[in-house]
Write a protein that binds this ligand. Structure first.
Ligand SMILES: [Zn+2]
Length: 301
């Protein structure tokens, strides 16, 4: 199927079916003790949400923490509408990765490959057939849901681009949160004798009150740097040797010209040492305030 006929199918498909039917099939899970309880949209346990630790960009987490942070059992790489206002992609740029995800160095755009049809007994090798837009029963695959979202955004049918949180696998069982991206385009391209989906994602920053801003792509730490730093620091905080709650830290802040493009400026820090670092910046603020008040007092007398 070519791009145009795919576009036609997408456009012809009723938006109401897409909005209700397809979404409700993406079931989420809530952890209670050892078991995962299914949660449907709008039924989230608000206290549970409040208790969930916040995962920040460039945090390093285990798969269990990833599941915990998203309150969902992420069995597949593409998860449309899994959060209240966003989707989730799992990706890998490692050599043996199953899909050819890539970062466009010039623009910072993440090119995320669509996913193959599932393997069936006696069926063809999924790597030899076109990536599916729809399931045999006619509902949308994750490829189809994201493809439609991208085309709808491009044609003005939807005002806001789909927001996607991206987690990247950097070693076995080790994941890094890459932050928010906007799904700005999608295409179907020939690859090794078959057709695959390519999704174009632009890095963005989510500000307070849900405001979205474009993120300068030089703020992203490239994967090769992350892997190099992970090996160099032996997966431990460089200050205390802790191997839990780690974060990729920019030794010299971006605001002071620190680059994330080389491993020299990036190091592993644990949560405590990372907080200590930001505390130093916050601690100055009361002193500035006291200083200003004192200056005003002196001025008055
Ligand atoms: Zn530490």
């Amino acid at each position: 199927m070519d791009y145009q006929s795919c576009r036609n199918i997408v456009n012809a498909f009723s938006s109401s079916v897409f909005a209700s039917g397809a979404r409700s099939s993406s079931r989420n899970f809530r952890r209670q003790g050892q078991s995962l309880i299914p949660v449907y949209p709008g039924q989230r346990d608000s206290l549970f949400v409040q208790l969930c630790p916040l995962v920040k960009t460039d945090d390093i987490i285990s798969y269990a923490q990833l599941v915990h942070a998203e309150r969902a059992n992420l069995q597949r790489g593409m998860n449309f509408g899994i959060g209240k206002s966003y989707s989730v992609f799992l990706m890998s740029l490692r050599k043996n990765a199953p899909y050819a995800d890539a970062i466009d160095e010039a623009t910072g755009t993440l090119i995320y490959e669509g996913h193959d049809q599932s393997r069936t007994q006696g069926g063809p090798d999924p790597k030899t057939v076109d990536q599916p837009l729809q399931t045999p029963k006619g509902s949308w695959t994750e490829n189809g849901k994201f493809f439609r979202a991208a085309i709808d955004f491009n044609t003005g049918l939807r005002k806001k681009a789909e927001l996607i949180k991206v987690y990247e696998k950097i070693a076995d069982g080790i994941w890094c949160y890459k932050g928010y991206f906007e799904l700005i385009d999608a295409e179907i391209v020939p690859s090794g004798g078959r057709k695959v989906f390519k999704f174009h994602l632009r890095p963005v920053e989510k500000k307070i009150l849900g405001r979205i801003e474009e993120l300068p792509h030089n703020r992203l730490i490239p994967t090769h740097v992350k892997i190099e730093v992970w090996r160099r620091d032996h997966g431990k905080c460089v200050l205390c040797g802790a191997d839990k709650n780690l974060h990729y830290d920019h030794d010299i802040p971006f605001s002071k010209g620190g680059s994330s493009l080389t491993a020299e400026n990036v190091r592993l820090l644990c949560l405590n040492h990372n907080l200590e670092k930001s505390d130093k910046i916050i601690c100055i603020l009361p002193w500035i305030y006291v200083g200003t008040c004192a200056a005003q007092q002196i001025h008055r007398h």
